[in-house]
Design a protein around this ligand. Structure first.
Ligand SMILES: [Zn+2]
Length: 224
């Protein structure tokens, strides 16, 4: 992948998959079709809640939270008053739930958020919470099945809350044969160039801490 693809500023590496209402890297898509078939044989209906997301979309989320237009919550689910926070605390609060634009693995088209549509009523809107994937949640069986089978199709969970600075995301899967290349190609310099050129709120503060951010949220991931 080139620098624009790695940071979500191009779509040349991804293809639309209308049957899954998703957009994925071409190699990840073939493997996903196999994973989907195997899951269906086991009684699950894999639904992709989120796949490729571009830089501008991530930027809109970031800026909306930074200026207080989008609600933000702390670890206990309490609403945060962003106006009361200085830039470094504001940035830390955003990063609890959202990736820095340019640093999201969803830019690569190799990563996707999954649920089991068979496990919930048709009108159910997935929240992507730990409770949904916990032992009493609707996606507990899917979670266990993916843990045992996803790796046969090249998929793994990069966010287990062990080494990665990202909180545990049991719904988030990544196609390792492509995403491992992308992770190594997305250097601090590539990320810096993308952010420096963008109308990002809090940019000076973000750029000051970029190397540390990169080490914690991009370079470091979890393996099974
Ligand atoms: Zn995700």
């Amino acid at each position: 992948m080139n620098a624009a693809e790695l940071t979500g500023r191009a779509r040349t590496h991804v293809v639309e998959l209308p049957e899954f209402a998703a957009t994925l890297h071409v190699h990840a898509s073939t493997a996903f079709e196999s994973l989907h078939r195997a899951a269906r044989s086991a009684g699950f209906e894999l639904e992709i809640v989120s796949s490729f997301r571009d830089f501008d979309r991530q930027l809109a989320i970031w800026n909306g939270k930074f200026c207080g237009e989008r609600p933000m919550f702390d670890a206990s689910g309490q609403r945060i008053d962003v106006q009361a926070l200085a830039a470094p605390q504001r940035i830390a609060a955003i990063l609890r739930w959202s990736a820095l634009p340019g640093a999201s693995r969803h830019h690569w088209g190799t990563d996707l958020d999954l649920i089991d549509r068979n496990a919930v009523p048709a009108a159910y809107r997935p929240q992507l919470t730990s409770a949904e994937f916990g032992p009493d949640g609707p996606f507990a069986l899917l979670s266990a099945w993916l843990e045992a089978n996803a790796s046969r199709f090249g998929y793994f969970r990069p966010f287990r809350g062990v080494r990665s600075g990202v909180q545990p995301e049991p719904w988030h899967f990544s196609f390792a044969p492509v995403s491992e290349f992308a992770r190594r190609q997305l250097t601090v310099a590539v990320l810096r160039e993308a952010i420096a050129a963008a109308p990002l709120l809090g940019k000076d503060e973000v750029l000051r801490g970029l190397a540390e951010h990169h080490a914690r949220y991009v370079a470091m991931i979890d393996w099974p």
